[in-house]
Design a protein around this ligand. Structure first.
Ligand code: CA
Length: 707
């Protein structure tokens, strides 16, 4: 067929192709077409594939019997080696996806050839305005437009044919606050929905709906009450205000951000979204009493899709003080619960319980732990409230080792659900964190500053104390049966922060791993059927599509996010570096993966440590409080941003200038006005100390014959 076309004179073919291209829809998606997504299984029209967010594909050409023949069809190298989190959309013959700093790519899904690229030019120093790296979880498409939420808070509509910008709106009302967008928009009828992040920095959470054609704001739902000196904006805010005992949230913003998951039920005309933690994790510093629920923190909320009016909510963690966001992916399904068919919403959030809700009413049907946890003894199904174990988890009274820790039992990496097996496939993990209160903390109004009300988060510096912590962090793919309320099977990983999942009618579950592999399992039994190297950690949810009758599976590969940024010393056990690439496979594919590009760098000789122990100790707290969440707690980087133990003589000499903003264009924000020169010197002294620690560890390992 291809040969035949090539033999026709070009002059004849070109006008024909152009005529065909003009007539063919490009990203010609609307709500009716997404509702009928199962009728065109070759396409994947929203990041969750359909409004159910099941991430289940009816395609079955690749199946449990032949998946071992999967090979690379093509690869595409992305621009920025950080936080690859998107699930691509493939529709009408084009793949649309995003990389770090919200760069949008349109590619030929058969060849991987770039059709166009759009870089919204997010200022790189904005990276400091978000907790968890500069990733983006993908685009929405509708009627020839591609929508992306830019990291700095813009919602941008692009022409799907050319990548040309059609309109851009600033979704952030006040840039003195550290709002950011990493989530994917969702198109619902004539609107495009987007939330944002930034709770720890001091923002008021909300989700917005914009007119898809013009970018005009249609409605906005705030997730926490506004200024208590003014009347509440609506009935929902009046209800929420009654659950806050203090007034301090008016200054900090309150939090409750909608930074990830949005779903839609067209029959009920309800939009669902998850909300995050309060600004200060420490409820006492937040100015809130022990029995204040603080709506709508850590909730699933349902609103009318046309008006944004409140319909119901379910609060998973009343008065949350553990960073237990409820923003993790939601799945809509129809399941027999207690023998009765129910329209349910499935949720496996950071707090470690698997919730089954009636999505028409918000009624809790079941809640069971899918990992070991200690913050609650269970969830009372009559009241819907968790039985919180204060002795184990109330760290405002003193340090507590809380499970799960702030990384969660399941973070943003999307889960999938197969209606064939009835199982939800959760990229779960075991994490714990020692939380200790700083009950005197005051709200810091600087942008880019965390306000947790904790003592600086840290990890042990002594390798002997650190090793048990490293060993305790693990990953697990759990196939959860939401009707039987237990795991059907699981697969253990040495490291947490593994990728989202895809399930298919070929009885397959696909998942990328933190330790640099892409894997396929049998959906019913969990037997491992195929794996291939990815050169880098894989976090994003994979997807599948077909063109000309041939099925493809795509993984967005690339490492980053909160875990390797903050928990570098643990994440290094995954032994991967960030290398951002799209990997697309098909049966019998013969393309090759280029070798890893990153080379280990030798440790420069550190300057002499001249500071006294007091200065180093002061520097340690300042470092962990101001620098640790990006450069790695206790000065061990996971390799996403520079490991400051490896500073060269040049950088040591320029240290004050760099902290004052000399490298802002490269992504290192200015701390001028936030840190005094003497404080910067103390941080520097701590880093020199840590460089010597590493130097000694490496010398010891060499002496004992290790590497
Ligand atoms: Ca959070």
């Amino acid at each position: 067929m291809f040969q035949l076309r090539r033999s026709v004179p070009a002059l004849v073919v070109l006008p024909l192709l152009c005529a065909a291209a003009a007539a063919a829809p490009v990203a010609g998606v609307d709500t009716a077409r997404i509702r009928a997504a199962d009728g065109e299984p070759q396409n994947w029209m929203t990041t969750g594939r359909s409004y159910t967010e099941q991430r289940f594909s009816p395609l079955a050409q690749i199946d449990a019997g032949n998946v071992s023949r999967l090979g690379l069809a093509w690869t595409y190298r992305l621009d920025v080696d950080r936080a690859v989190e998107a699930t691509p959309v493939v529709v009408d013959g084009v793949m649309y996806t995003t990389g770090a700093f919200s760069i949008v790519y349109a590619l030929d899904p058969v060849s991987g050839k770039l059709l166009w690229k759009y870089d919204p030019q997010v200022p790189r120093a904005k990276a400091a305005n978000a907790c968890c790296d500069v990733g983006n979880r993908g685009v929405a498409v509708r009627n020839g437009k591609v929508y992306v939420g830019a990291f700095d808070g813009r919602l941008i509509a692009l022409d799907a044919r050319s990548g040309r910008k059609l309109w851009s709106v600033d979704t952030v009302p006040d840039h003195r606050r550290s709002y950011s967008i990493t989530g994917a928009p969702l198109v619902v009828k004539d609107k495009v929905l987007i939330g944002n992040g930034g709770a720890e920095y001091g923002v008021r959470g909300y989700i917005s709906a914009y007119q898809a054609d013009t970018g005009k704001l249609a409605w906005r739902f705030y997730t926490v009450p506004g200024d208590p000196r003014k009347p509440p904006e609506n009935k929902a805010m009046a209800m929420a205000r009654k659950t806050w005992s203090g007034v301090k949230y008016a200054e900090s913003g309150g939090g409750g951000t909608v930074w990830n998951s949005i779903a839609y039920d067209p029959d009920l005309n309800l939009v669902y979204f998850g909300t995050g933690n309060g600004v200060e994790w420490n409820r006492a510093v937040r100015g809130e009493s022990r029995d204040a629920d603080n709506l709508f923190l850590s909730c699933i909320v349902a609103v009318n899709a046309d008006t944004g009016a409140y319909v119901w909510h379910y609060q998973e963690v009343p008065g949350d003080m553990w960073d237990y966001d409820s923003d993790e992916s939601m799945v809509l399904a129809d399941l027999p619960v207690g023998g009765t068919p129910r329209k349910v919403l499935l949720h496996a959030p950071k707090d470690g319980f698997f919730y089954v809700l009636d999505r028409a009413t918000g009624e809790l049907l079941s809640a069971d732990p899918f990992v070991a946890l200690n913050w609650a003894k269970g969830v009372d199904l009559k009241t819907g409230r968790p039985q919180i174990d204060d002795s184990a988890a109330d760290w405002t009274q003193g340090p507590r080792l809380v499970t799960p820790g702030p990384l969660g039992a399941h973070n943003w990496q999307p889960m999938s659900f197969s209606p064939r097996t009835g199982l939800a496939y959760i990229p779960a993990q075991e994490t714990a964190a020692l939380l200790a209160p700083d009950n005197d903390a005051k709200f810091d109004t600087h942008t880019g500053t965390w306000n947790l009300g904790t003592q600086p988060l840290a990890l042990p510096e002594d390798p002997k104390q650190l090793q048990p912590v490293i060993d305790s962090y693990k990953g697990r793919l759990i196939a959860w049966d939401p009707v039987a309320r237990k795991a059907a099977w699981s697969q253990d990983y040495q490291a947490p922060w593994n990728g989202g999942t895809l399930s298919t009618a070929g009885n397959l579950v696909f998942q990328g791993t933190a330790d640099g592999r892409v894997v396929a399992y049998a959906a019913d039994t969990g037997a491992k059927l195929w794996e291939a190297p990815a050169n880098t950690g894989v976090m994003a949810g994979p997807m599948t599509y077909a063109v000309n009758g041939e099925q493809y599976v795509t993984f967005m590969a690339g490492w980053g996010g909160a875990f390797p940024l903050a928990y570098g010393s643990i994440s290094l056990k995954a032994k991967v570096r960030p290398e951002a690439r799209i990997l697309t496979y098909k049966l019998g594919g013969t393309a090759t993966l280029p070798p890893p590009e990153h080379q280990a760098v030798p440790l420069p000789e550190p300057p002499p440590l001249t500071a006294d122990a007091d200065t180093v100790n002061r520097g340690r707290d300042l470092y962990n409080g101001h620098c640790g969440v990006c450069h790695g707690l206790s000065a061990v980087s996971g390799g996403i941003v520079p490991d400051l133990r490896y500073l060269t003589a040049d950088k040591h000499a320029q240290f004050q200038a760099i902290v004052a903003g000399a490298r802002a264009s490269r992504g290192m924000p200015s701390f001028a006005g936030r840190l005094e020169p003497a404080q910067v010197d103390a941080i520097h002294a701590f880093l020199v100390k840590r460089a010597h620690d590493l130097h000694d560890e490496l010398a010891q390992a060499t002496a004992s014959g290790g590497k």
